[in-house]
Write a protein that binds this ligand. Structure first.
Ligand code: AHN
Ligand code: ZN
Length: 331
């Protein structure tokens, strides 16, 4: 009997990598606190989100112009399709800070594409080609796993897409995985060039997948999976989308996730939301892990080789995922 129990436990633990290629959510036991959402809101499964993060990382660094990037892009489009979204892939060639042409694609999944009332959810799916903030200078040109910086936001959104496929709210939802966010000018290059980050969202803001695309508001998820993450009310988000920031932060506090969603202002961050705000005039907010104590303002793993699966925590994924679900299913 004892032997059998262990066998089952082992099978369950292994199921993350083995079953993530299939389409079922993985339900393993977890210490994650299951808060009680309103009856209309499905329960966000942190184990499932964790598997979606891990699966992306297993392709290798998702750096544009690499095979890992292509394969992961195919996987993401396939998952959205399987979860019942209408999928649009926007391919483009964008120019990096050093003039390298990057083959990039924005991957878009829409629910109720005809609904006029819409919410836009987005994250970047590429990972940075340089660990240029690593303590070890020999690592500065090493591509990063980007388990948090990239994969976490996408993983949370895939878990949300899984629920939308089962029972989408009446309103329209668009999920956009932007490419080439994290190819900005590295620390070891001196010349200044404007707008080298967020190349995929810059392209989309000028060429939306639907002419005159609009949404009531947008939520960007960037670095939403690390242990002990703290989300402050980012400056540009407050300037253009204060009422939605307050809605999200109030919702988090009501779900008892106030230790992640700090009720205090943060600094301005260059990120995909800025281009969506400026280009499409959509009020957007950025949920991003920042650390006011750090010199660069982010977690200690940021743009280092330590941004790997070891820093990913289901509790953080749950706090962010359940909060977003609560907002979109009750909007
Ligand atoms: C800058 O580094 C200028 N902005 C942060 C945007 C970012 C990079 N988010 C993830 N990686
Ligand atoms: Zn980054």
């Amino acid at each position: 009997m004892v032997r059998l129990f262990y066998l089952l436990a082992a099978t369950t633990l292994l199921s993350c990598s083995n079953r993530s290629a299939s389409n079922t959510a993985v339900s393993t036991t977890t210490e994650v606190k299951q808060s009680i959402p309103t009856t209309t809101t499905p329960v966000f499964n942190a184990d499932s989100a964790y598997c979606f993060v891990e699966k992306q990382v297993q392709f290798g660094p998702r750096v544009p112009n690499t095979e890992a990037h292509r394969k992961c892009g195919d996987y993401l489009a396939e998952k959205l399709e399987h979860f019942g979204a209408k999928v649009h892939q926007q391919t483009m060639t964008v120019k990096a800070y050093d003039d390298t042409p990057l083959s990039a694609r924005n991957i878009i999944g829409s629910y109720h594409p005809e609904a006029p009332k819409r919410i836009l959810l987005f994250a970047h799916w590429d990972s940075r080609p340089y660990a240029d903030h690593d303590a070890n200078p020999t690592k500065h040109k090493t591509p990063i796993d980007g388990a948090d910086d990239g994969a976490s936001g996408v993983g949370v959104l895939l878990e949300i897409a899984r629920h939308l496929g089962e029972k989408a709210p009446e309103i329209g939802i668009d999920i956009i995985f932007f490419d080439a966010e994290d190819y900005g000018t590295p620390e070891f290059v001196q010349e200044y060039k404007p707008d080298t980050w967020c190349l995929g969202s810059q392209f989309w803001a000028k060429n939306p997948h639907v002419p005159n695309y609009n949404a009531d508001f947008g939520i960007l998820l960037d670095m939403v999976g690390s242990k002990g993450a703290t989300f402050y009310k980012e400056y540009t988000s407050m300037r253009y989308a204060a009422r939605y920031v307050d809605k999200v932060w109030d919702t988090a506090r009501n779900l008892e996730y106030g230790k992640f969603f700090i009720n205090a202002d943060g600094g301005a961050i260059t990120d995909d939301h800025q281009y969506v705000i400026a280009g499409r005039n959509i009020p957007c907010l950025d949920i991003i892990n920042t650390n006011p104590e750090a010199e660069h303002g982010f977690g200690s793993y940021w743009h280092t080789v330590n941004d790997n699966m070891q820093i990913i925590d289901r509790e953080t994924l749950k706090a962010v995922g359940q909060t977003i679900m609560e907002v979109i299913y009750n909007y």
